[in-house]
Design a protein around this ligand. Sequence first.
Ligand code: 4NP
Length: 148
Amino acid sequence: MRKILFVCLGNICRSPAAEALFRARCPQIATDSAGTSDYHIGDPPYGPMQAAALARGVDMSDLRARQFSAGDFAAFDLIVVMDHANRHDVEALRPSGSTTPVMLFAPMAGAAAVQEVPDPYYTRDFDGCLDLLEAAAAGLQRHVALSD
Ligand code: 4NP
């Protein structure tokens, strides 16, 4: 496992936060994030999400939004999505023959975890989102360690 891509809808809340939390744990793994939409291409992470992350010592100010594309299937070893809609939109672009795994992030937090990472752009619960992303990042770190 060398390259992991985190995907959400806008690429300004959940996936850049997931990337920032995970890269702090696993700096040896190349990471990126992308949105299934074109809503925020070129934008930095959403201000309230950046502030909530920085309060935990996680700086994500260097990240910029981009849109997911079919080429990402070949460029990454694993694609991690935040909800079922993300998975559907990503799978719609899978090139024929591609076997790159696409996994939901929230279940990596543990057996009792929810399936989806709720979108704090709408819920406004940035800290709750970061709690779930942090637990899932720890689970993904274990997954990566076991797969090497
Ligand atoms: P994200 O949240 O998918 O976690 O980045 C969103 C941010 C912005 C929008 C939707 C979701 N939007 O519609 O602008």
